[in-house]
Design a binder for this molecule. Structure first.
Ligand code: NAD
Length: 348
């Protein structure tokens, strides 16, 4: 009978272990590390297998699979988006992910990705802001103060040196929660009563609301020249946050156009609406911010390569630690053709 030590075990990072790991590394350090991994993968963008995520929509939300491969490793994330969930005491977004070895096809990591997604999304936002936001940006308006908001704020602090955040949410309890969580984190926090108040003096405008509709979180007249918009919340067909007029006045940067045209803010624009792929900026092929009066817009929907980078980081980071347990999830008989024999030998 196969001994446990011979089994092909798969490291599994639970929610508890992910939280332990984040506290061990430090949340800001981990977002800097993740941004580096994402940046590395954006620089080798062309060699990845890419496909818009596979989405299953319902009236109340969406369940998606996000696969990609660099030829050596293959990763996917399972993720949902259910804006109505918070009113039922559940998360809007939950996720888990898997990394596999392309050569054997065997999984090499299974991990929670609800928290990891918040970190990778924030790290990607801050990485984009590094290239697109006005140099020396100090102040961000954070509109939508839900699950992602503290992560978005801390990544901007860790990666581009943000000093102050101005919070607004149409649910005051969310703003209070976010302000409380950010206390003592080394960033000035200003709670605002209106979105107009939140954007006062901000060089970066982050929208991160959740509503399954064409919402207008920022109207055209709210956006002055020279700002960077980090639009996170519009990430699904029929779910947007910005007035189309803003898009017409902005230089729009996206992850993967075939996916963003379906899911992003630009779903409101004609199919040939000009966008720049963010990876091209990061690889030095296209300019990012070119002028002081330019409005830059990162129309973020979240792409599989960012999850792949996060999975890669976790695989590397947990080696030699106890931040995982081994899962017996692969039937791997000593004689590969004797699956039945292995089953029979396990008969009680
Ligand atoms: P959440 O439900 O925890 O928070 C959303 C917040 O938006 C809530 O506090 C809600 O009160 C607020 N809100 C809703 N309508 C508003 C309005 N009109 N004005 C101001 N505030 C409003 O959700 P979350 O996990 O923080 O995610 C936010 C959004 O980001 C979701 O739509 C999610 O799908 C998206 N998301 C995108 C990425 C990405 O990679 N781009 C990653 C994760 C989540």
């Amino acid at each position: 009978m196969t001994q446990p030590s011979d089994k092909a075990l798969v490291p599994f990072v639970s929610v508890d272990n992910m939280m332990r790991l984040i506290h061990h590394v430090g949340i800001e350090q981990m977002m800097r590390d993740l941004a580096e991994y994402v940046e590395e993968d954006f620089k080798r963008w062309e060699l990845f297998d890419k496909t818009p995520r596979v989405a299953s929509h319902s009236d109340v939300g969406v369940i998606e699979l996000m696969p990609t491969s660099d030829g050596e490793a293959y990763g996917f994330k399972y993720v949902n988006g259910h804006p109505k969930n918070t009113s039922e005491g559940l998360q809007t977004v939950t996720a888990f992910g898997l990394l596999a070895d392309v050569y054997t096809g065997y999984p090499v990591l299974l991990t929670e990705m609800t928290i990891l997604t918040a970190l990778r999304t924030a790290a990607t936002s801050a990485m984009a802001a590094k290239y697109l936001a006005p140099k020396g940006s100090t102040t961000m308006a954070m509109i939508g103060n839900g699950a992602q908001s503290e992560f978005q704020t801390l990544a901007m602090k860790a990666i581009i040196g943000l000093k102050s955040v101005r919070l607004y949410d149409n649910d005051q309890a969310a703003t209070e929660k976010c302000a409380r969580n950010l206390q003592g984190m080394g960033i000035e926090v200003v709670s605002c009563k209106t979105p107009e108040e939140a954007i006062e003096g901000a060089q970066i405008l982050t929208t991160c609301t959740a509503d399954k509709q064409y919402a207008t979180i920022l109207t055209d007249n709210m956006v002055g020249s020279g700002v960077h918009i980090n639009a996170i919340g519009g990430d699904c067909p029929g779910k947007t946050e910005l007035a189309p007029g803003i898009l017409s006045r902005s230089d729009v940067f996206v992850e993967y156009p075939p996916q963003t045209r379906i899911e992003g803010e630009i779903q409101q624009m004609p199919e040939d609406f000009a966008v720049t792929e963010l990876w091209e900026v990061i690889a030095g092929k296209k300019p990012g911010r070119t002028g002081e009066r330019q409005i830059t817009l990162f129309d973020s929907v979240g792409f599989a390569i960012e999850d792949f980078s996060a999975l890669r980081y976790i695989r590397d980071r947990i080696k030699g630690t106890d931040y995982f347990i081994d899962l017996d999830m692969l039937a791997d008989p000593d004689d590969p053709r004797d699956l039945f024999g292995m089953l029979q030998r396990a008969k009680p």
